[in-house]
Design a binder for this molecule. Structure first.
Ligand code: C2E
Ligand code: CA
Ligand code: CA
Length: 730
């Protein structure tokens, strides 16, 4: 058991006492001043400010005593601290509790004691302000007690104030530590708008040194436009009102020393120091963040290569225009010959072309109309506020001729063309997708009509397209369901009527319509992505069939295979022909590829190389429908052709006349000159056969000898071992 009373929460009390940091500190005037007053007022020799720690008491201020501390066990204050009221001992020598206390029996021989407890704001008694006399004092009036209490309150007030200062100093030190290393500007200001703290990052961002900034009004970093607002906010907070932006972060503009503006993110805090509102601002320079955002936004809205509006901006613009029911026209522009530039001159040339086309378009179209790149070599121009077909097609034609001006690349001119489809926003029923779809149909028409043209969408285009659309989806099904079949039509040597070979001709075994001829579906098939796989299937099937027929009966049998233009657009066309031959064990000389002027015109240069290569393997090349085109004669010089197929319109056409005969004569002579073989198509009668033979035509093909038929029929009719010669009544 302890010799003296100890409060239950003594450890907590000691912690509070420590927070004042007064133990073992030097005397201070303020406290000395109070005890001097007390000594004079009460006329006592000893006055102490005692602070009671765990097991000792320390005298922060003392008069009339030579020791600055004693043990807690002898401390009178321990008792004074137990009550909020002043603790009085008129004569210690007569008091049971103190009679034998060392301070009573020895120096300083205490007889009278009056102590007022020093109670902290937390409610802990920390010590006392006490009066001591070596003479007993039998009366200590209520008034005297109150005065002593008042003096104790003064002591305590000093202590509390001191503690506050100390705390704000440590937090201030911490604050300075944080601020000096922070990448953000940390700026404090008082309620008079004066800067009280300014860190290194603030120096960097705003260009004022700490010395320059401290004490200056916050206005130095505020753009003029914000000053009034800031002033009002400050006045509101200074008068106790709420600060609107405290606790959130806001994006603002601030001003640098050189007057330039800087975008910042500001978060503001506010606290009170000695009753005055103070402000702390954490400011981040968001220039680079804003730039990144801007870059992202730009990338999201503009095409990288050309700098034009991109697809998504375009769609947004069209949607807006549709929703606000404004009249407008869409020009969908597609470059003609762009793929060739890419294929022959490389992608860097392609990029240059796209950039220059973009630039020319942008320069030729008034600013308020959007020019966008839809992707690839497709561009769209949104002409606002007009649906005038004449004006828009005039603009479109002008754009085409502007694009047709040669583009310089590597000191060489590149020639490029363009086709344009226009759709005009006519009624409320057209949504943005529809508008683009319509322009696309018109563009398709422009291309089909010969390129470098402008076409305006009309509802009829949609009707045709719908039909084609239905056809193309059923063609895909036909392909998947293996509804295609090859028919074979015999080709006969006119000299002796023997079988020379056959032409493979595709048929569609339609589940409802029966056998469908190519005229009904080939245009759609040719334009679809299926042209290549179907073309390859035709080639392989025909080769395999020919190989079989050579084996069973006709050892010189030759097979003619028609090609699609699209097949030449695949890079490995020649390889696919070679592998069809290899897989079927068919010699190259037994295969004849049929090409038309149409294929040549569609592929221009691309066809030459594979064709020459295939020819070099021994594969025959027949020029189909010869005589119907424009350039047939001149093309013969350059293309590795081995046979001309005189078109059936000259042979059995309904309006045959003498002119046709002249053409037949010319063609056969030409063939002789170029050392080419000739076959007549569409031989229907014996007379026609006779005529062709007269013109030194080598072979004939037509209903006279046989219609295109199934392989099984062909085999039965022409290739049975006994009947491999067809006798024709000539
Ligand atoms: P084409 O290459 O000129 O084929 C000859 C066409 O004339 C065939 O029509 C054939 O049936 C027809 N024909 C043959 N003899 C006579 C005759 O004596 N009188 C008349 N009036 N016509 C005759 P088909 O089979 O309808 O083929 C039409 C066109 O379709 C072909 O013309 C060819 O360009 C294309 N085609 C047919 N099959 C294929 C194929 O497998 N692949 C490719 N790429 N095109 C094909
Ligand atoms: Ca043919
Ligand atoms: Ca033909």
């Amino acid at each position: 058991m302890s010799l003296y009373p100890i409060p239950n929460d003594d450890e907590e009390r000691i912690e509070v006492l420590d927070s004042f940091a007064l133990m073992d500190t030097a005397p201070e005037q303020e406290y000395d001043h109070i005890i001097q007053m007390a000594s004079r007022i009460f006329d006592v020799p000893i006055v102490l400010i005692s602070l009671v720690h765990r097991n000792r008491q320390f005298f922060k201020a003392r008069i009339g005593l030579d020791v600055c501390e004693t043990g807690r066990d002898v401390s009178f204050c321990t008792y004074a601290m137990m009550d909020a009221k002043v603790f009085v001992i008129p004569d210690a020598s007569k008091d049971e509790r103190f009679r034998s206390n060392a301070l009573v029996t020895g120096y300083p021989n205490i007889r009278f004691y009056a102590g007022a407890p020093l109670i902290s704001s937390e409610g802990h008694a920390l010590g006392s302000l006490c009066l001591i006399d070596s003479k007993p004092r039998l009366t200590f009036s209520d008034r005297e007690q109150r005065i002593l209490e008042d003096l104790a309150a003064m002591v305590l007030e000093r202590m509390q104030l001191r503690r506050l200062e100390r705390e704000s100093e440590t937090s201030r030190n911490k604050f300075i530590n944080i601020t000096s290393t922070s990448p953000d500007a940390i700026i404090c200001a008082n309620s008079k708008n004066q800067i009280t703290s300014w860190n290194a990052s603030a120096e960097d961002i705003f260009g004022y040194s700490q010395e320059e900034a401290l004490g200056k009004p916050l206005d130095i970093i505020m753009p003029d436009s914000m000053r009034a607002r800031h002033g009002a906010g400050l006045a509101r907070v200074a008068s106790g009102g709420p600060a609107r932006i405290i606790g959130t972060s806001v994006n603002l503009t601030a001003k640098r020393r050189d007057g330039s503006e800087v975008p910042i993110e500001l978060s503001l805090s506010q606290w009170n120091e000695a009753g005055e509102p103070q402000f702390g601002a954490i400011i981040r320079d968001i220039t680079s963040r804003l730039e990144a955002v801007k870059r992202l936004k730009h990338a999201a809205e503009y095409d990288d290569l050309t700098g034009l509006a991109n697809r998504s901006s375009l769609k947004r613009r069209i949607r807006q225009a549709c929703e606000s029911h404004e009249p407008f026209a869409l020009l969908l522009l597609d470059l003609d010959g762009f793929k060739d530039v890419n294929d022959t001159l490389g992608h860097s040339a392609g990029d240059v072309v796209l950039k220059i086309v973009a630039q020319r378009l942008r320069e030729s179209v008034p600013d308020h109309h959007m020019v966008a790149r839809l992707g690839g070599d497709e561009f769209v121009i949104v002409i606002s506020e007009t649906v005038d077909p004449i004006k828009t097609s005039e603009l479109a034609s002008r754009l085409i001729s502007i694009i047709e001006e040669p583009i310089e690349f590597d000191n060489e001119p590149i020639h490029i063309g363009a086709s344009i489809g226009i759709s005009l926003k006519s009624g409320p029923e057209d949504d943005s997708e529809q508008m683009l779809g319509n322009a696309d149909l018109a563009l398709y028409q422009a291309k089909a009509d010969g390129r470098h043209l402008v076409r305006i969408f009309t509802p009829e285009l949609r009707q045709t397209a719908l039909k084609k659309g239905a056809m193309s989806s059923s063609i895909r099904q036909a392909w998947e369901n293996q509804e295609f079949e090859l028919y074979y039509q015999p080709q006969i040597k006119l000299s002796d009527g023997s079988l020379a070979g056959a032409e493979a001709l595709i048929r569609w075994n339609h589940p409802q319509l029966g056998v469908v001829s190519p005229a009904a579906f080939l245009p759609v098939l040719e334009a679809s992505l299926l042209a290549v796989p179907v073309g390859e299937w035709i080639l392989r099937t025909a080769c395999a069939q020919a190989a079989r027929w050579r084996q069973i009966s006709c050892k010189d049998f030759r097979i003619g295979v028609n090609l699609f233009a699209a097949q030449f657009r695949t890079r490995d066309f020649a390889k696919s022909v070679e592998s069809a031959l290899a897989d079927s064990l068919l010699p190259a000389t037994a295969l004849e590829l049929e090409i038309t002027e149409n294929i040549i015109l569609k592929n221009e240069q691309r066809i030459m190389e594979p064709l020459h290569y295939l020819r070099s393997l021994g594969i025959g090349v027949a020029f189909d429908d010869f005589g119907t085109g424009f350039a047939s004669l001149s093309l013969l010089k350059d293309y590795p052709v081995t046979r001309l197929k005189i078109d059936r319109s000259f042979v059995s056409g309904s309006e045959r006349n003498r002119k046709d005969e002249a053409i037949i004569e010319a063609v056969t002579r030409l063939a002789a000159g170029f050392e080419l073989e000739v076959i007549a198509e569409g031989v229907e009668t014996v007379e026609q056969a006779q005529l062709m033979q007269n013109y030194a035509c080598d072979e004939g093909q037509g209903y006279l000898y046989g219609r295109p038929m199934k392989a099984s029929d062909f085999e039965r009719l022409y290739l049975e071992p006994a009947t491999n010669r067809v006798s024709v009544g000539v």
